[in-house]
Design a protein around this ligand. Structure first.
Ligand code: ADP
Ligand code: ADP
Length: 225
C-alpha cells in the first residue's frame, strides 16, 4: 500500500506564480525516491507540501491514508521527518542531546524512555559521542548527522531530505550516504549530487516547470537525461 500519495497537486503562490501544475506521485513503503530538476522546477514547493508547510491550491497529499491539512498537521509532522536544507535551522539547543530530545519530549516522552530514544537516534547516525557538545562546535558532516537524528527521534515513517550532501567534504558525504543506505525508512531526497542519488534512490522523479517530466528507475532516468 502507498505510504505517500500526491494526487494532482497544484500550487499557485499569492503573486500568481504557478509553481506546481499537476503533480502526481505515489510512493510505497520502504521506497527511496529522488526528486531532481533545475532551479525553479518546483522541488522546494513540493517538499513544503509533504509536511503541510504549504497547503494545495488544488489536489491532495496523503500520508498513509491521512490527508495533509490544517487539522492533521501534528500527526503529519510526526510521520513525515523533514530534514531541512540547512542543519542550522534544525539545531537550536545548548547541546546535541537536548536538540535530539526536543521532539520526543514534546510528544510526552521522559525519563529512561526519552534517554533510550535519544541515544538510539544518535547511534543510527554514528553521533552518540557528540551528545554533550554544543551543535555550533560540530563539523558540517556532524551537524548534518545530528539534524537527521532530531528527526529520527520522532520515529517517522518517511524521511524527507533537502540536499543532504550539501556542504560536506567527500569523506563526510560518503559516510552519510553509507549510513542512509541502512535506513529502512521510505525516503524522499532532493539533490544535485548524482552519486548520492544513484547510491540512495532506486527511483527518480524529474520535475520541470512544476510538472513531472519523468518518473522511473534512477539508472534509466540518468541514461535519458
Ligand atoms: P526549486 O526548489 O526547484 O528551485 P521552487 O519550488 O523554489 O523550485 O520554485 C518553483 C517556482 O515557484 C519558481 O518559479 C519560483 O520562482 C516560484 N516561487 C517559489 N517561492 C515563491 C514564493 N514564495 N512566491 C512566489 N513564487 C515563488
Ligand atoms: P553511554 O553510557 O552509552 O556512553 P552516556 O550516558 O555517557 O552514554 O551518554 C552519552 C552522552 O549523552 C554524554 O555526553 C552525556 O552528556 C549525554 N547525556 C546522556 N544523558 C543525558 C541527559 N539526560 N541529558 C543531557 N545529556 C545526556
Amino acid at each position: 500500500h502507498h505510504i505517500l500519495e500526491i494526487d494532482r497537486l497544484r500550487h499557485v503562490y499569492p503573486d500568481g506564480t504557478e509553481a506546481l501544475r499537476d503533480v502526481s506521485i505515489r510512493i510505497v513503503h520502504g521506497e527511496s525516491v529522488a526528486v531532481i530538476g533545475a532551479n525553479g522546477a518546483g522541488k522546494s514547493t513540493l517538499l513544503a507540501h509533504l509536511n503541510g508547510h504549504l497547503l494545495p491550491t488544488s489536489g491532495a497529499v496523503r500520508v498513509g491514508h491521512l490527508p495533509v491539512g490544517r487539522d492533521t498537521l501534528a500527526e503529519i509532522r510526526r510521520t513525515v521527518g523533514m530534514v531541512f536544507h540547512d542543519p542550522d535551522d534544525q539545531l537550536f539547543m545548548p547541546t546535541v542531546y537536548e536538540d535530539v530530545a526536543f521532539g520526543p519530549m514534546n510528544l510526552g516522552l521522559s525519563g529512561e524512555d526519552l534517554e533510550r530514544c535519544v541515544k538510539d537516534a544518535l547511534r543510527q547516525v554514528d553521533a552518540l559521542h557528540l551528545a554533550g557538545k554544543p551543535p555550533y562546535h560540530l563539523s558540517a558532516g556532524e551537524k548534518r548527522r545530528v539534524a537527521i537524528a532530531t528527526v529520527l527521534s520522532m520515529a517517522p515513517d518517511i524521511l524527507v531530505m533537502d540536499e543532504p550532501g550539501n556542504g560536506l567534504d567527500p569523506y563526510a558525504r560518503r559516510q552519510l550516504i553509507n549510513l542512509l543506505k541502512d535506513f529502512k525508512h521510505s525516503k524522499i531526497v532532493t539533490s544535485h549530487d548524482l552519486d548520492l542519488v544513484l547510491d540512495l534512490c532506486e527511483r527518480t522523479v524529474v520535475l520541470s516547470g512544476g510538472e513531472v517530466r519523468a518518473d522511473g528507475p534512477t539508472r534509466e532516468i540518468f541514461q535519458d537525461e
